[in-house]
Write a protein that binds this ligand. Structure first.
Ligand code: ADP
Length: 234
């Protein structure tokens, strides 16, 4: 569903992504795990069509910058970008209009889940950082995307919202969406993932599948620290 082929992104002399290839299938949750500066945001932004890069990214066979790809993409950025002068409800209305869709009630469902329904008449600028993050998640999901990319989605969320988000990950997976989640917090990954790519210096240092056989040989945490510590030793 989501295909990344030989993506390289440089900022001047910094190689933020170095020839990265991987794919995420429908019904799969892939995690990008890595320390700050590993290149997670860069690959996420490249997929979202926000950066120029070398290589190829396709969503359901469509080039990532095409309209067809954008229709099926949901992107939750690291920094929520809400409109100061739109209310919570108006944000969802804006998204539905952008995607030319009728109100099917899903927006309300999402707002209720994230405890924003009571805040639906509040302006974007009146929301706390955590509420803005939750609104950003609702906006990215209201058109029922098939490919969803989350950049550090847990940061700034309260425990209730984190639980809702984790439940939502599992539901979206069950509905057949392809999910890609970046995080530097190993604890937040838990058990819902299918494949985790551990990133270091713009590359995949290791890829681990969530099968009992693989996890018996080495836990994700052990692998992560083995890689991170080797980074410190260098
Ligand atoms: P992560 O999301 O894993 O923390 P990033 O993708 O943000 O990592 O950054 C990867 C590398 O690219 C880092 O060395 C970072 O300093 C660099 N970088 C990221 N954004 C920019 C930018 N806009 N200009 C220059 N360098 C950048």
């Amino acid at each position: 569903m989501l295909q990344i082929e030989h993506v390289t992104k440089r900022y001047g002399k910094t190689v933020a992504n170095d020839d990265i290839s991987f794919s995420v299938e429908s019904g799969q949750i892939a995690v990008l795990l890595g320390p700050n500066g590993a290149g997670k945001s860069t690959i996420i932004k490249s997929i979202a069509g926000l950066l120029r890069f070398q290589g190829k990214v396709t969503l359901d066979g469509h080039a990532n910058k095409s309209l067809e790809a954008k229709r099926i993409l949901g992107y939750i950025p690291e920094m929520p970008a809400v409109y100061d002068l739109l209310t919570v409800s108006e944000h969802l209305e804006f998204m539905r209009r952008a995607y030319r869709m009728e109100d099917d009630g899903y927006g309300e469902t999402l707002l209720r889940r994230f405890e924003l329904w009571e805040k639906r008449d509040k302006l974007g600028k009146e929301l706390s950082k955590g509420m803005q993050q939750k609104l950003s998640i609702c906006c990215a999901l209201v058109h029922r995307p098939k490919v969803i990319i989350f950049d550090e989605p847990m940061v700034g969320l309260d425990p209730h919202a984190i639980k809702e988000l984790k439940d939502l990950f599992r539901e979206l997976k069950a509905e057949g969406a392809a999910l890609l989640i970046s995080t530097h917090m190993i604890d937040s990954v838990e058990d819902y993932w299918d494949v985790t790519h551990i990133m270091k210096d713009g590359k995949f240092a290791a890829t681990k599948h969530n099968t009992s056989e693989e996890l018996q040989s080495q836990s994700l945490e052990e692998l992560f620290f083995a890689i991170t510590e080797s980074q410190v030793a260098e």
